[in-house]
Design a binder for this molecule. Structure first.
Ligand code: 5GP
Ligand code: MG
Length: 180
């Protein structure tokens, strides 16, 4: 039986062990290396959820690049513009840069669409998205997710940077909520 944990009021069971995560992240790093060697991209990590994915991804990338971090607060559900409010970020200009957005998970696609629009408006040369996870069944926006480590079913997960009500980000495996 899969290992089960409790976070606050919910039970979660182990669904993606660390070794599978590491293998998938290394594959993404390899693909990015094939596509970007010779360019000097700027990786923009979307906090908080992507911090662990970004750390492992960047350790597996061995060509010259820059890394920066942004934090957005979304107005999800209250606006149809897809624009997000950048609450912390970017000291450097993205104008003319090949940008790779590093995101934890693409669910409906609303968040990543907003991040893409916000960066495009600042004059990027190119934008690619590298997501640790994607829930393809939940997608509601026409966004291209260029690199995906793992595709998962439409269930709530925690671990490897992703939280449930603030907890669980430190787990090195992915756990899926158990519906009781
Ligand atoms: P979207 O805007 O694509 O619907 O959602 C993206 C954001 O929702 C992610 O960056 C993440 O913060 C959150 N999210 C979506 N699905 C999950 C999930 O299964 N678990 C957790 N912890 N967060 C999720
Ligand atoms: Mg996120």
């Amino acid at each position: 039986m899969a290992k089960t944990i409790q976070i606050k009021d919910k039970k979660f069971s182990l669904s993606i062990p660390e070794h599978e995560i590491q293998k998938a992240v290394n594959q993404v790093a390899h693909q990015i290396t094939v596509d970007y060697t010779g360019k000097t991209p700027l990786f923009i990590v979307v906090l908080n959820g992507a911090f662990m994915f970004a750390a492992d991804l960047m350790k597996a990338i061995n060509f010259p690049c820059e890394i920066s971090f942004v934090k957005f607060s979304s107005y999800r559900g209250t606006t149809s513009s897809g624009m997000l409010n950048e609450t912390a970020g970017l000291n450097e200009s993205v104008e003319g840069r090949d940008v790779i957005i590093v995101e934890d998970i693409v669910d409906t696609g609303i968040t990543i669409e907003g991040v893409i629009n916000s960066l495009k408006a600042q004059g990027t040369k190119s934008i690619a998205v590298a997501a640790f996870l994607q829930k393809p069944e939940a997608l509601q926006r026409e966004v291209t997710v260029d690199y995906v480590a793992l595709k998962i079913p439409n269930n709530f997960i925690v671990g490897y940077g992703l939280d449930y009500d603030g907890y669980g980000r430190n787990l090195k495996d992915i756990y899926t909520v158990v519906n009781e």
